[in-house]
Design a binder for this molecule. Structure first.
Ligand SMILES: NC(=O)c1ccc[n+]([C@@H]2O[C@H](COP(=O)([O-])OP(=O)(O)OC[C@H]3O[C@@H](n4cnc5c(N)ncnc54)[C@H](O)[C@@H]3O)[C@@H](O)[C@H]2O)c1
Length: 378
């Protein structure tokens, strides 16, 4: 049993969408911080899922009707975890109903959604929070810290990969449902990439393919972000790669790091006492023998556990939200950063003509799922 700590005023949450994310991720994450959050309501079009919520949180109220859910005065914060095409619309409806909102990724999937969220951020300052939860990923934070420590020298290229091979066949593989890896895993790694650039974004290039998934949306993508500082971030997300590449690879002019699994980080970098050679390259014919330089690198090699000094892990995001709402601490994900992630996603879609580009085309492509959401707007 969790004992409530004195002095804490729990935030009263309503979860909208009780599926793999709402039920499977939000509920356990909220349960970790029972003195900071109380699940007071849930809404899902599936009554059996609402019943499960009521069994888990006996004091909560359950809804299948979105309007009745939003009219519940006891809810302070709405966590939006329905399917992706409804995100922007539902977040704005909750803001209009006077709630704070914690919005799942992708925060929107169309230019129209982007515009609506830009307006909402301006209209409701401090009320709309974006759930870029991989910002809290342990390995990401440690990799960022190692880059900033300077031991790898000037970092010129970073590779971010999430590879797997699956004959995936759920709605996340269908364009009409807002599926595809760009909308699904894209927000996580694009957010990491934009942070790791350490510079304003200069250019974006992206390519989308369907390899193994059974829907029509992409399950393999490559995106290259280039910073104004010249640094490249090369992102690959795939459900069609049978032999996965490391999750993180960072190249600097004094060393590299690699993480295969987000748990251990392997480092090979120049001894900090070794100065970079300053002599010029020699155009004369070299002596026979080796092909390398005349100065030999003195390496330090080590493997460390991913343990960033901020101690963050992904399941801490709700705690950070509490600190923001109740204690006035800045939320680590700034609204403009989340909107930038969406801008990159939309740019990559624009570069891939097989995917919807204009607002009208987005509307058409997401019509089926939007229609089903309207039917619940009672
Ligand atoms: N941040 C993360 O790490 C993370 C992880 C997984 C999923 N997600 C995001 O969460 C969202 C949901 O994904 P999921 O895998 O849980 O989907 P899901 O299909 O498993 O769950 C969606 C739930 O919403 C309900 N629902 C659908 N339409 C509704 C409506 N109009 N009103 C109320 N309830 C409705 C469904 O019945 C279902 O229970 C997606 O946008 C996905 O991108 C985020």
């Amino acid at each position: 049993m969790t004992v409530k700590k004195a002095g804490k005023k729990a935030i009263r949450v309503g979860i909208w969408g009780l599926g793999r994310a709402g039920w499977g991720m939000h509920c356990p994450e909220l349960d970790r911080f029972k003195d900071e959050f109380e699940v007071v309501a849930g809404c899902d079009i599936d009554q059996s899922r609402v019943d499960e919520l009521l069994a888990r949180y006996p004091k909560a109220k359950g809804y299948t009707d979105g309007c009745k859910f939003l009219a519940d005065k006891n809810i302070e914060l709405v966590s939006v975890a329905v399917r992706s095409p409804q995100h922007a619309d539902y977040a704005i409806r909750a803001l209009e109903a006077g709630k704070m909102v914690f919005l799942e990724k992708p925060i929107a999937i169309s230019p129209k959604g982007l515009k609506a969220l830009e307006a909402a951020v301006a209209k409701y300052p401090g009320k709309l929070f974006f759930r870029q939860n991989r910002r809290f990923e342990t390995c990401f934070n440690h990799v960022q810290e190692l880059i900033h420590s300077g031991i790898l020298g000037d970092v010129y290229e970073i590779k971010l990969c999430r590879h797997g091979f699956e004959f995936r066949d759920d709605w996340q593989t269908l364009m009409e449902c807002g599926g595809g890896q760009l909308n699904n895993w894209g927000p996580h790694l694009i957010d990491h990439g934009l942070r790791l650039l350490d510079s304003p974004l200069k250019s974006v290039w992206g390519d989308l393919k369907t390899v193994a998934a059974l829907g029509d949306a992409e399950d393999h993508l490559k995106i290259i972000l280039k910073g104004e500082n010249g640094r490249l971030v090369d992102i690959e997300i795939s459900g069609g790669v049978a032999l996965p590449s490391p999750v993180y690879a960072v190249y600097g002019n004094r060393g590299s790091l690699v993480s295969e699994d987000e748990q251990d980080i392997r480092l090979k970098y120049l001894d900090p006492n070794q100065k970079a050679p300053t002599h010029k390259a020699n155009p004369a014919t070299p002596p026979r023998g080796g092909f390398g330089g005349t100065v030999h690198p003195k390496w330090i090699r080590k493997t460390i556990m991913a343990e960033p000094s901020n101690g963050w892990s992904m399941v801490d995001i709700y705690h950070a939200l509490y600190q923001t709402i109740r204690e006035g601490k800045a939320f680590p994900v700034k609204p403009e950063e989340a909107l930038d992630v969406l801008r990159v996603i939309l740019e990559v879609k624009k570069q891939n003509p097989a995917y919807p580009v204009t607002a009208d085309e987005f509307e058409k492509a997401t019509l089926a799922s939007t229609r089903s959401s309207r039917s619940t707007r009672r």
